[in-house]
Design a protein around this ligand. Structure first.
Ligand code: PMV
Length: 320
């Protein structure tokens, strides 16, 4: 059989990480970079990730990716065995939705390879199941963006109204995802602290905080949720100055949730010192990536980040 190549998009959360797990609104948008899966014939089911030197046999592996692969394969019963090779354009486990992009790429790759035309909504549901294996209680934002691309607003539909220009609503467990038209391409620098962290652990760290003082932390998350709506209004108006201020405000609340770290704080401080509109961590925090909303000239800032050992890149066009 012919080799098939498929992709899932990476994403950045502009507003609302962690708060969204409790139903408060969040806003996220896709990167034009992602994870690619190459599917080809093989004597056994196997998955290879060259950048991590991983070779996994789903039936025997205790690795979470092996479990995810086995789960996705269960949607394709009685098919021949295959080898999947994963190529990453985004750093893994760094807050850019690599796990969801991986699940979408695998599901899409298998559906093409076996000639089973699955709808995008079906691919999204498979990826949501896979995200539950990766993270326990995913909000569903990563898999939806990895699958459809574009910009999404996510909220508990019983408590928060639908955004007026939503063109599609997708319900996943308790939360509803509104797909929104992408209005402007935002000039973000994405800075990878390279500090490894684990989404599941960060989510449970926040849960522990909430158990200690529910009123205080629900109030913080309510404030974060309100920023998601205001942020989308700024994006529509192409108002980068106010969008930057809102990003900074979100970062302050994330500090209160104790999900920042020394490197993230340093990147945010330098960004403001050198004229960026705003900066905040993206994803679960504790390391991973920071998004920096920049003006046209960001060379000085990029140099400072590289000199301090961070990786820096801009959102680039995806090949296919
Ligand atoms: O770290 P990432 O890219 O998996 O993002 C996690 C975002 C959270 O809000 C912390 C969790 C979720 O499922 O929404």
């Amino acid at each position: 059989m012919e080799v098939k190549k498929s992709c899932g998009y990476g994403k950045i959360i502009l507003f609302g990480e962690h708060a969204v797990v409790y139903g408060y609104p969040a806003l996220a948008t896709s990167l034009e970079l992602g994870i690619f899966a190459h599917v080809e014939n093989s004597d056994c089911n196997e998955i290879i990730v060259p950048c991590e030197a991983l070779h996994i046999l789903p039936d025997k592996s205790k690795h979470v990716l092996g479990k995810v692969f086995a789960k996705i394969l269960s949607y394709f019963p009685n098919e021949s065995t295959c080898k999947i090779t994963l190529h990453a354009e985004i750093p893994l486990a760094a807050g850019l939705g690599s796990s969801a992009a991986t699940s979408v790429a695998i599901a899409r790759g298998l559906s093409k390879y076996y000639g089973k035309e699955l709808k995008a909504t079906e691919i999204n549901e498979i990826a949501f199941m896979a995200e539950s294996i990766f993270h326990g209680t995913p909000s569903g934002i990563d898999n939806t963006i990895a699958c459809f691309g574009g910009t999404c607003y996510l909220r508990d539909a019983n408590k928060f109204p639908i955004p007026e220009d939503s063109f599609e609503e997708i319900s996943l467990k308790k939360l509803t995802i509104s797909r929104l038209p992408v209005v402007h391409k935002l000039p973000f620098l994405i800075v990878n602290t390279k500090r490894k962290r684990n989404t599941k652990k960060m989510v449970s760290k926040v849960r522990d905080l909430i158990e200690k003082d529910a009123n205080k932390y629900h109030d913080v998350m309510g404030q974060i949720g309100a920023l998601a709506k205001k942020g989308y209004d700024c994006i529509k108006k192409n108002d980068h100055e106010n969008l930057g201020l809102l990003l900074n405000e979100n970062q302050k609340y994330l500090n209160l949730l104790n999900v920042s770290c020394r490197e993230i704080d340093f990147i945010c401080e330098k960004s403001l010192e050198y004229g960026a509109y705003g900066a905040k961590l993206t994803g679960a925090g504790g390391g991973g990536c920071v998004i920096v909303l920049i003006d046209k000239d960001s060379e000085k800032l990029e140099t400072i980040f590289r000199e301090n050992g961070f990786d820096v890149f801009k959102n680039k066009k995806m090949e296919n």
